[in-house]
Design a protein around this ligand. Structure first.
Ligand SMILES: NC(=O)c1ccc[n+]([C@@H]2O[C@H](COP(=O)([O-])OP(=O)(O)OC[C@H]3O[C@@H](n4cnc5c(N)ncnc54)[C@H](O)[C@@H]3O)[C@@H](O)[C@H]2O)c1
Length: 436
């Protein structure tokens, strides 16, 4: 890939479209509204608070990322979305009970104005939810209706362009089939109503057709198959996914590289979670959980490489559980028990208890992904954006390479991509120049 000669400057408004206006989406929208009024800090966002070192350590050049690459400012974002329930973003945020009234009250009118458009949905894909705010029509017609929504939203809000971040529910587990192998097969599947085309795929297809970059924040099979990559390249649009890396997997992708770096062995890794939000309710269904489980299980194998270190990681028992426990709401609690071993095989244990907040951890990721994917589009990047793997539990990668899951390698890849984009020297951390 050639370095772009120039980045199309940001101008006008950027529409951030959110299929699934639930806890994560409304926490993100409310936070962006508060931050731009100076009423709260966008903690956790690299786009807003991150810095980037340029050149040698002696040069002292460490601008804010926002001053280094031309991101759309918070003031220029307009928010829209779709949901199977018709409540506006203020009502949803109140029901989700993530944000306190002191944070909702100052932006109540602005938040209430974010009203979901009717959803493309089929109950076989999310069996626990029974919404009524739905479009009707064949799969091909639903795509056309979504495309019309996108065009209308951009026009009605005077936006220059849009990006979409899927914040909808986790759908049941599906594997790519023949319908997912090419644009032609997928288009045929849309016309024939192929049951393997999930609702989230309809949104992604509609967005790409409208040249709107699409990010998948859930573990669904949505943009990670050949037909979507082909369409993204054809339309010159970026795609990214999947599954926001926020809680337990974030911890895993920090701890596992540490154990591997020190060559400490792992015998077992048991992870369990309790959460009581709507996401937890959806994941209580075994087929939706299977989608999440697949996304969560993959990371250890890739980081620890048991085939290269059979003595250390060849026999790991890895288990992940999610328990729906309504009293906790969005305040998820994760426990990890690691049975590890060291010198001469002596056993040890490591326990981690993360009392976190699901949507508070996810919201800054939605913001960053919207802004960086928009930057990618204006830089002429198209197809899958591996440099954004930092944000995902199951990052997409080219078919011939394994995905990179180590958080710090992902961060280096992310920052080096920004340096490369702006014609700055890449940082290798070799450092011998200071001693010559
Ligand atoms: N830390 C996190 O919160 C986190 C981390 C990783 C991934 N995720 C994923 O993000 C997604 C959103 O999480 P949440 O806590 O906001 O869940 P939520 O249940 O509060 O919100 C999801 C919303 O999507 C809507 N929806 C479902 N199918 C739809 C469709 N076809 N069209 C439009 N709307 C649809 C639901 O009605 C619901 O309002 C989930 O898939 C979750 O697994 C969340």
């Amino acid at each position: 890939m050639k370095r772009p000669q120039s980045i199309r400057p940001h101008r006008g408004k950027l529409a951030v479209l959110l299929p699934g206006l639930g806890a994560v989406a409304t926490t993100f929208v409310a936070g962006a509204m508060l931050a731009r009024r100076g009423l709260a800090k966008p903690v956790g966002s690299l786009a807003e608070l991150g810095t980037i070192r340029l050149g040698r350590r002696t040069e002292g050049r460490v601008p804010k990322i926002r001053d280094f690459v031309p991101l759309a400012p918070l003031d220029d974002l307009v928010f829209g979305g779709w949901d199977i329930f018709q409540e506006n973003a203020l009502e949803v945020a109140r029901q989700a009970r993530v944000l306190e009234e002191r944070h909702l009250e100052p932006i109540a009118a602005e938040l209430a104005a974010v009203r979901p458009m009717k959803a493309a949905f089929s109950p076989e894909y999310v069996t626990r939810l029974h919404g009524t705010h739905l479009k009707s029509g064949s799969k091909a017609e639903l795509v056309e209706q979504l495309r019309e929504d996108i065009r209308n939203f951009i026009r009605d809000n005077g936006a220059d362009r849009a990006v979409a971040v899927w914040c909808g529910s986790t759908e049941v587990f599906i594997e790519p089939g023949p319908v997912h192998q090419s644009v032609a097969a997928f288009e045929r599947g849309l016309r024939e109503g192929d049951p393997k085309i999930a609702p989230s795929q309809l949104y992604a297809w509609a967005c790409l057709k409208e040249r709107v970059p699409f990010v998948n924040g859930s573990p669904n099979l949505t943009v990670d198959f050949p037909a979507m990559s082909e369409l993204a390249r054809e339309m010159s649009v970026p795609i990214a996914g999947k599954d926001f890396k926020t809680g337990q997997t974030l911890m895993k992708t920090v701890l596992a590289p540490m154990l591997k770096a020190r060559l400490l062995g792992v015998e077992g890794w048991f992870s369990t979670n309790i959460l009581g939000n709507r996401d937890g309710e959806v994941l209580d269904d075994k087929d939706s959980f299977k989608t999440k489980e697949a996304s969560k299980l993959g990371v250890l194998e890739q980081i620890l490489e048991p085939e290269k270190y059979p003595d250390l990681y060849g026999n790991i028992f890895h288990k992940v559980r999610i328990e729906y426990y309504p009293p906790r709401g969005d305040a998820k609690e994760g426990w990890d028990n690691l049975d590890i071993f060291g010198w001469l095989g002596y056993p040890m244990q490591l326990k981690l208890n993360f009392l976190c907040r699901d949507s508070i951890l996810a919201a800054p990721l939605v913001l960053d992904l919207a802004l960086f994917t928009d930057l990618a589009a204006r830089s002429g990047f198209r197809g899958m954006q591996e440099w954004l793997s930092f944000y995902f539990k199951s990052p997409m990668s080219a078919p011939n390479v394994y995905p990179e899951n180590d958080l710090f390698i992902q961060l280096m890849k992310f920052k080096n991509t920004l340096r490369w984009l702006q014609g700055e020297e890449l940082i290798t951390h070799l450092g011998h120049e200071y001693y010559d």
